[in-house]
Design a protein around this ligand. Structure first.
Ligand code: GCO
Length: 434
């Protein structure tokens, strides 16, 4: 346990603000938040928590807590305002400052290349549904490598494919708000292909550690009937297998998720081979558990969620069941794919409401620690944990209401304040190091 490395994850679109400063182009989230009724509290992320101007303070706070890794994402439209073509040097300069500041503070900077803020210009050309996105993305990644790989060793390519593709191109609840099965299949295939090619681009530089971050949600059948069990298997395949198995050379798991048969329409001759990617590590991110039941009338998936509020379980302000047991479950499950693959818990956290007692978050992290300890004893190659997240921020379609941070901010002054969890963690980390 004492060897586990602790760090934190943040994302550009949720924290930076400065949405149109210093040459940044619009992202699909800038556009999406302008639409009516898409964001629950009617907010946007134009200012967010102004990480763009306060990065130094936030990095120092992370260091003060005793964290060792600072994972942040790069905003594609800050680097390439048009998505392709001319590089915005002010954008490069900003991330150089963030990287250097991390190094000075004794934190290892990690880059996520894509945490959902596609340049709006590229969305106008179809975004992830347009196969050209594969080369748009790899060009962007090679720019990041050229400027930052001298100081950044750990890279995460795509953050949580299922969430940005499912939310953004299937259900329409995240940017760019597209719906439908063809949008989902095309964009998913292109995203996976882009990630596989992006991996090769980064690996052209020796010594880099390049991985992916996978969203995992434990899926259970509502009843032990064969229909519900089959339904759970379908949804599990969608949520937990679709964004890893093609990279393992296993192709698309279409027997367990028939909608994937439609992938053939987007898959060119060598694509399945090209998807195979031997990442240096996998990032596991899991927050909750869902229960599903068979529902023939629901198109494509034939499934309905049994909402946590109808299941008599503890839920968070996100409406999610609080489920720390998912952490050991998924770490062990991924270790079965490849017991030698280094694993990171690359996001992990709990949202509370403004007025809730922060001790609940401490209890959550204590359970996480027990879960990590359990899997380490079983020989799982867990390397470390990155908290979601440092400072409360823009929680996508939920706005600013759910508070995932271990530090709060004042909405008027943007001043940061340690919550109980930050104090507890600072204490914990100073002790484990003894
Ligand atoms: C995600 C994202 C984060 C979220 C967090 C809580 O992985 O979904 O990486 O941006 O804010 O997960 O929902």
């Amino acid at each position: 346990m004492n060897d586990l490395i602790w760090g934190v994850t943040i994302a550009a679109a949720q924290t930076e603000g400065a949405y149109n400063l210093d040459g940044k182009g619009a992202s699909i989230w800038d556009k999406f938040t302008e639409k009516r009724r898409k964001i629950k509290d009617g907010s946007n992320a134009r200012v967010a928590i102004d990480f763009y101007h306060r990065y130094q303070e936030d990095i120092d706070l992370a260091a003060r807590i005793g964290l060792k890794i600072f994972r942040f994402s790069v905003s594609w439209p800050r680097i390439l305002p048009e998505g392709t073509g001319k590089v915005n040097l002010k954008g490069i300069e900003f991330y150089n400052k963030v990287i250097n500041c991390c190094l000075e503070a004794g934190l290892e900077p990690w880059i996520t290349t894509y945490h959902w803020d596609l340049p709006q210009k590229l969305q106008e050309l179809g975004g992830w549904t347009n196969r050209d996105v594969v080369s748009w993305y790899t060009d962007y990644v090679s720019i990041l490598r050229e400027h930052f790989a001298d100081r950044v060793t750990h890279w995460i390519l795509i953050n949580e494919g299922i969430v940005c593709m499912g939310g953004g191109y299937f259900l329409g609840v995240h940017a760019p708000g597209k719906i439908g099965i063809s949008n989902f299949l095309a964009s998913t295939h292109h995203l996976l292909l882009a990630q596989a090619k992006g991996f090769k681009v980064l690996k052209q530089k020796e010594g880099l550690q390049v991985g992916t971050a996978i969203s995992c949600t434990k899926i259970e059948p509502y009843k032990n009937t064969s229909r519900d069990v089959q339904t759970a298997k379908r949804i599990d395949t969608l949520m937990n297998r679709l964004f890893i198995e093609p990279h393992l050379g296993m192709g698309y798991p279409e027997e367990d998720l028939p909608i994937l048969k439609g992938m053939s329409k987007y898959c060119k001759k060598n694509d399945i081979q090209d998807l195979t990617t031997d990442f240096d590590f996998w990032g596991i991110q899991t927050y909750t558990r869902e229960v599903v039941k068979s529902a023939w009338y629901i198109p494509y998936l034939g499934a309905m969620l049994v909402k946590p509020k109808h299941r008599n379980v503890e839920t968070s302000i996100m409406g999610w069941e609080t489920y720390p047991d998912g952490i050991p479950y998924f770490l062990e499950r991924f270790a079965k794919y490849d017991p030698d693959k280094p694993l990171w818990l690359s996001e992990c956290g709990m949202a509370l409401a403004e007025d809730e007692d922060d001790s609940k978050r401490i209890d959550y992290y204590k359970k996480v620690i027990i879960g990590m300890d359990t899997v380490l004893r079983k020989g799982v190659r867990l390397q470390g944990i990155l908290l979601w997240t440092l400072v409360d921020n823009f929680e996508w379609a939920e706005g600013y209401v759910p508070k995932f941070g271990i530090i709060s901010f004042d909405p008027t002054t943007l001043d940061r304040t340690f919550k109980k969890t930050a104090h507890w963690l600072q204490d914990y980390l100073s002790n484990v190091k003894l």
